[in-house]
Design a protein. Sequence first.
Length: 256
Amino acid sequence: MPSPSTLPQSFRLDGKVALITGSASGLGAAIATALAQAGATVACHGNRRPATETAEAIGGQAADFRADLSSTTGPEDLFAQVHAKFGKVDILVNNAGTIHRDAAEDTTLESWQQVLQVNLTSVFQLSQFVAKDLIARSAPGKILNIASLLSFQGGIRVPAYAASKGGVAQLTKALANEWAPKNIQVNAIAPGYFATTNTEALQADETRNRQILERIPAGRWGQPEDLAGAALFLTSRASDYVTGTVLTVDGGWMGR
């Protein structure tokens, strides 16, 4: 990504407040850093792992917030905290997610509901809170959801995750349709296989690691920074005529 001083003005985020959920590490931290470098004031969210380190590394006005998105009251709590601190949210990045691996016949209703709450319901709740505030202020806004390759594919032993990410893709389109006339663009990124703590087990499995790399035309795992450019584009004025799209950032996986 170009240095902050050489970014075209349409990519600058000066004066904007961006809330990035699940930004304690990995993809969320990389997105928070990129948006901050473009001039945004970032609200970094964490839960079991606080986002303190991310906010401190970014510096400036960046702040960390803690809320449990697996609770139905967590999204409202998070939005209230950020709004109280900064007075507004112009950009929302719904990155927080969870996964439960088990055979479909053995997946409990409790596990199913937890995955759906974090990955899909909280995305709708936060989007709703942010959009209501933007509409009340007659302000433009950006909502970026983090989908998955399993928004398109079924996966194995992850029925709740696949259902939730398929839902994220459709929710993105539905919200885009409704809020485009209000100058709120809603898009999603579907990351491929990225080297994060969530995929450590796959990377360590010699057979699965080989199979994955053989399928990726780029021949490597993605790094969190590989998502930065796409995230900046979809949260900046450069994408004002882009809405309702799900952009794959996958090293060519879906084109294979």
